[in-house]
Design a protein around this ligand. Structure first.
Ligand code: IPE
Ligand code: IPE
Ligand code: MG
Length: 224
C-alpha cells in the first residue's frame, strides 16, 4: 500500500461532537485539540511524513465571541505544551496562515514553536490557523506587487514560494471528518491534484481505522 506523503486534515465536527453529548462547543474544541496527538501517531505509524491540520479558518472569526475567545486562549495557553511533545519526537512544527488579526501572544507562541523545532524533520506538523485559501492567494499577489516582480517572472514556482505553506510538498490526500463533502477554502492551490476522502466520524472520534481507510482509498485511487 502506498501512503500519501502529505495528508491535510479538515478537522470538522467538534461542535456536533459536543452537542451530541449536551456539552458546549468549547468542550468539542478541547476534545478535538487533545485528539491531534493520537492522529499524528497513526499517521507516523502508517508512513506519512507531512500532516497539515485545518484548525481555524479566516472565515471562522465570524463565529460567536465566546467561541472565538476560547480558541484564541487555547492556542495561547496550550500550544507550546503540545509542540514540546512534537519536539521530543523529532517533528518540525510549521504554521500556515495569515498573521493579521492574531494576538501578540498567539504570534509569540507560534513563532516560538517554529523556532524550537526548526532543526527537526523529516516529519512535519503544519497547523493551518487563521488560514484561508483565497486570502493566501491574494497575499501572494500582494507580495509580488510589493516586491516589484516583473510579469514575465510570475510562474507557478514563484507562487509556490510565497504561499503560507512555502517549503511544504503538495497535498496528496485531503481528509475531512464530520461527513460534509466540502472544501471550505482549504489549500486550494496545494491540493490541485489531491485525492479527497471524507470520514463520517466527528474529529474527536476519528480513529486509526478511519485513517487507514482513507489511506487505502488513496492507494486505490492513485494506483489506477
Ligand atoms: C471544528 O469543527 C473546526 C473548527 C472550525 C475549529 P466545528 O467547530 O466546525 O464543528 P461543527 O462542524 O460545527 O460540528
Ligand atoms: C472547516 O470547517 C474549517 C476548519 C476545520 C478550521 P468549518 O466548519 O469552518 O467549515 P464549513 O462551515 O463547513 O465551510
Ligand atoms: Mg464545521
Amino acid at each position: 500500500m502506498v501512503a500519501p506523503n502529505h495528508i491535510a486534515f479538515i478537522m470538522d465536527g467538534n461542535g456536533r461532537w459536543a452537542r451530541k453529548r449536551g456539552m458546549p462547543r468549547s468542550a468539542g474544541h478541547k476534545a478535538g485539540f487533545e485528539h491531534i496527538p493520537e492522529v499524528l501517531e497513526a499517521c507516523h505509524d502508517l508512513g506519512v511524513q507531512v500532516v497539515s491540520a485545518y484548525a481555524w479558518s479566516t472565515e471562522n472569526w465570524g463565529r460567536a465571541k465566546v467561541e472565538v475567545d476560547y480558541i484564541v486562549r487555547s492556542l495561547e495557553r496550550h500550544l507550546l505544551r503540545f509542540v514540546k511533545e512534537l519536539h521530543r519526537r523529532g517533528v518540525r512544527f510549521f504554521h500556515s496562515g495569515s498573521r493579521d488579526n492574531l494576538t501578540e501572544r498567539s504570534l509569540k507562541v507560534l513563532d516560538e514553536a517554529v523556532k524550537m523545532t526548526a532543526n527537526n524533520g523529516p516529519e512535519i506538523f503544519n497547523l493551518a490557523f487563521n488560514y484561508g485559501g483565497r486570502a493566501e492567494l491574494a497575499h501572494v499577489a500582494s507580495e509580488m506587487v510589493s516586491e516589484g516582480v516583473r510579469p514575465e517572472a510570475i510562474s507557478e514556482a514563484a507562487v509556490d514560494e510565497r504561499l503560507w505553506t512555502a517549503g511544504l510538498p503538495d497535498v496528496d490526500l485531503v481528509f475531512r471528518t464530520g461527513g460534509d463533502r466540502r472544501v471550505s477554502n482549504f489549500m486550494l492551490w496545494q491540493s490541485a491534484y489531491a485525492c479527497i476522502y471524507v470520514a463520517e466520524a466527528y474529529w474527536p472520534d476519528v480513529s486509526r481505522e478511519d485513517i487507514e481507510a482513507g489511506i487505502r482509498y488513496y492507494d486505490q485511487v492513485m494506483g489506477k
